[in-house]
Write a protein that binds this ligand. Sequence first.
Ligand SMILES: Nc1ncnc2c1ncn2[C@@H]1O[C@H](COP(=O)(O)OP(=O)(O)OP(=O)(O)O)[C@@H](O)[C@H]1O
Ligand SMILES: [Mg+2]
Length: 285
Amino acid sequence: MENAVTIEPPMITPASAPQQQVASDSEPDAAPERAPAFEVERLSIFYGEKKAIDGVALTVPSKMITAIIGPSGCGKSTLLRSLNRMHELVPNTRVEGKVLFGGEDIYAPDVDPVVIRRRIGMVFQKSNPFPTMSIADNVLVGLKLNGVRDRAFLRERLEQSLRMAALWDEVKNDLHKPGVSLSGGQQQRLCIARAIAVEPEVLLMDEPASALDPIATAKIEELIHELSANYTVVIVTHNMQQAGRCSDYTAFLYLGQLIEFGSTTKIFSNPTERRTEDYITGRFG
Ligand SMILES: Nc1ncnc2c1ncn2[C@@H]1O[C@H](COP(=O)(O)OP(=O)(O)OP(=O)(O)O)[C@@H](O)[C@H]1O
Ligand SMILES: [Mg+2]
């Protein structure tokens, strides 16, 4: 990918062409052959007394893009953050049920959440480069914190991460400049480069393009599509068109419950649940 400014026309088919099309209502989309990335079992999450996620069961396919949609406050961010234990940074949270990642329970007592977060990276709604750090250091901060000192290796990983985040051509001559000197869309790609640099297996993205203009949004969507060749991506979005354009699978959440999960094609063209259809067609939310 060069630093092209041309924007692909919106994709109307799901990003990585799900391997199977839904044949009939009686056979809802079977998960792809590959072992799933996550298996969420009877998951409930509480903030103090408040139950924000209520008995969710969900299988997230690996190396695919799964979108989580639903009205504001339905629990999208909470569910997303529970996939790498990020919600634990809020005091007084409690989890019931299980999240298996590659078959392992990430909430088991002997699991270190720091290791989990290294394997399962997160990109936030608002880009958050470290304000005092250069572009290069923003990308490399995770590796340096992990004790990596080899300059040639760091340099190589810097370029590779920025290339994967489709930012290299725009910043390669300015690597020492502050990360915050970039535009909003560039800062968001910088944060994606930072997330990629530690080579996670999964990228969790919470409305990564909601603060961006249509051109920057298209770039991020194109990037997400490309990342799905190597990564499992789970993306929260408010934007129906975005979910339709850039995901393979879609989960619809409502009031903390998973109402429906299936291939994006099916959820958007022939949902099983009335509530899914009402939400997708804009009748509520
Ligand atoms: N830190 C918190 N403390 C207490 N309750 C919280 C906290 N964060 C979220 N909640 C509650 O949990 C529920 C789900 O919130 P969450 O942020 O996951 O929703 P969301 O679907 O991401 O909403 P939005 O689309 O507005 O971002 C809401 O009722 C919210 O009030
Ligand atoms: Mg949210």
